[in-house]
Design a protein around this ligand. Structure first.
Ligand SMILES: O=C(O)c1cc(=O)[nH]c(=O)n1[C@@H]1O[C@H](COP(=O)(O)O)[C@@H](O)[C@H]1O
Length: 268
């Protein structure tokens, strides 16, 4: 999917919601837990219930990798099941020497047909470049993360600027808004205006609303650009809205609430 197609989806759905499929096998409803193929069955029901209210799905690979082969298969089935109209993100936080990043890019863009993959920038340009060599695919680089540990490095000063500012301004020169996005945590709204100023055109993937307490209203007010420019992710708040047999319906209701709130913030 390219940037324009993503923007069209946002306009059509009046939503910039990304549903996070952080599917933890131990948190599945009891009636599913013992069933073979439970992980995919859960994801399928969640996708069916939420797809009208979101434009994107983010699969956090950790939850699948933790289960070995079975988990990897469930991830493959899930990404194949997501409708082509939805922007798919492998939240894998990869990045290594160029030779190895090339294989990570193949894994997520060719073998698994994701539209985007999250990458940690610590190893620099040659660790990110291989992800940029694909048309209509995106690398989503960690900019300023939502967790407490963001203070340990990202919010440390390097001369006059924070390390995260150096990362964003440098990485932005390696790609374009057509193949590069940045992660900015919803808990970091005090820095969001500054980030939007530095990169007015890039999409931001914003996790941290819902379970981590970030404010959708603040993120939308400060972070939106003329094309929306935001994908706001919620995982646990949606997929575990109910632990009962009505889990999918409950997830759909929460996703719908987010969509309705988002519709009010969109400027087109
Ligand atoms: O890259 C991410 O998606 C990410 C970056 C970040 O700074 N904070 C963050 O929470 N995430 C991911 O976003 C999701 C948030 O999940 P919930 O807190 O359950 O909505 C998880 O998959 C996290 O790994």
């Amino acid at each position: 999917m390219n940037r324009q197609q993503l923007v069209e989806q946002i306009k059509a759905k009046r939503s910039f919601l990304c549903v996070g499929l952080d599917t933890d096998i131990t948190k599945l409803p009891m009636h599913l837990q013992k069933q073979p193929g439970a992980l995919f069955a859960f994801n399928k029901a969640i996708i069916d219930a939420t797809k009208d209210y979101c434009v994107s799905y983010k699969i956090n690979t950790a939850f699948y990798e933790a289960l070995g082969l079975k988990g990897w298969e469930a991830m493959e089935q899930t990404v194949d099941y997501i409708p082509a109209t939805h922007f798919t993100i492998a939240d894998a936080k990869r990045g290594d020497i160029g030779n190895t990043s090339t294989q990570y890019a193949k894994a997520f863009f060719e073998t698994l047909k994701f539209d985007a993959v999250t990458v940690a920038p610590y190893m620099g340009e040659d660790s990110i470049r291989p992800f940029m060599e694909y048309d209509n695919k995106f690398v989503i680089v960690l900019g300023l993360t939502s967790n407490k540990g963001a203070r340990d490095f990202e919010l440390q000063k390097m001369g006059d600027s924070f390390l995260y500012e150096k990362v964003i301004s440098t990485v932005a020169m390696w790609g374009t808004p057509a193949n590069l996005m940045f992660v900015v945590g919803a808990t970091q709204t005090s820095e969001l205006a500054n980030i939007r100023n530095m990169i007015p055109d890039h999409f931001l993937l914003v996790p941290g609303v819902g379970a981590q307490g970030g404010s959708l209203q603040e993120v939308s007010t400060v972070g939106m650009n003329k094309d929306c420019g935001l994908l706001v992710n919620a995982s646990r708040a949606i997929i575990y809205a109910s632990a009962g047999e009505d889990f999918a319906e409950a997830a759909g209701n929460v996703a719908k609430d987010y969509q309705q709130e988002m519709s009010g913030y969109l400027r087109f």
